[in-house]
Design a protein around this ligand. Structure first.
Ligand SMILES: [Zn+2]
Length: 265
């Protein structure tokens, strides 16, 4: 559980971005779950004195209002909702920034609802677990169907920084990538120190609160045993840092944390 970096820094502010939604039964994302509901697709923008960090990028901008043409069955099976205003560039502008202001893009894992907007950030430093950068080109197991390798291929010449283990983005403990493998081989979360509080962004290590409450992974994880260990790690970091946990796909968290816009404003 231990994070080696000194915990001395603080990010300035965080915004949640709204990338539309997918609808599916809870049994798909937590063993023992049930009930169909709408699941938001969320990414986060974090301001730090040394840069503007984007955590995840939502869906492919070209798919706005033409989801089925771009995503096929993924769009129809999950009733994908994604309009032009949900594009990552539009969301960043809505928060008062330009996409070119983004200096660092951290991707939680190589699934389609997280990698779609990567191509819009040719000048940023990009970070993703090394294992996922490889996995996306030849995936296997239950997590394979959600990989979309063209999203990554389009960025092959970008400023990629493949990450192994945890990674403290600015060396001050304020924004730390957490290695949480299992959902995919290189899956990551993000620990964010904000003024007066700590946020734990789970990525898709968990999709619903029940994953954490029951220590229960989903059936489609790439490696169930690793995924369970990563949920335990989330629990430990949450408790050690007294962190608030924001599960990006859980609509209850979207509502509880205030939805799109500046967090805490
Ligand atoms: Zn996802």
């Amino acid at each position: 559980m231990v994070l080696s970096a000194p915990n001395t820094g603080t990010a300035e502010a965080l915004w949640a971005l709204d990338h539309g939604s997918l609808t599916y039964d809870a049994s798909l994302v937590v063993l023992g779950g049930s009930g169909v509901s709408v699941h938001p697709i969320t990414s986060f923008l974090i301001k730090h004195e040394r840069g503007l960090v984007l955590f995840d990028t939502g869906l492919d901008p070209v798919a706005a209002d033409r989801q089925v043409e771009e995503y096929g069955e993924l769009a129809s099976v999950f009733d994908m909702r994604f309009s032009a205003e949900n594009r990552v560039d539009r969301q960043i502008e809505k928060m008062g920034f330009s996409p070119s202001d983004v200096t660092h893009v951290v991707v939680s894992h190589a699934h389609f609802d997280h990698t779609g907007g990567l191509k819009l950030f040719p000048n940023a430093k990009l970070y993703m677990g090394l294992a996922d950068l490889r996995f996306v080109f030849w995936p296997d197991g239950g997590a394979a169907g959600s990989c979309r390798w063209p999203d990554i291929e389009a960025t092959r010449d970008f400023r990629w920084n493949p990450v192994v283990g945890d990674y403290d983005l600015f060396g001050d403990g304020s924004i730390v990538m957490l290695s949480l493998p299992g959902h995919t081989p290189g899956n990551s979360g993000l620990l964010v120190q904000l003024p007066g509080e700590t946020l734990l962004l789970t990525g898709d290590t968990v999709h619903l609160r029940e994953n954490i409450e029951w220590t229960m992974p989903m059936g489609g994880d790439h490696n169930t045993s690793q995924a369970t260990d990563s949920i335990r790690r989330l629990q430990q970091i949450r408790d050690a840092y007294d962190a608030k946990v924001w599960i990006a796909h859980d609509n209850r968290d979207w509502v509880a944390f205030g939805g799109a816009g500046r967090y805490g404003a």
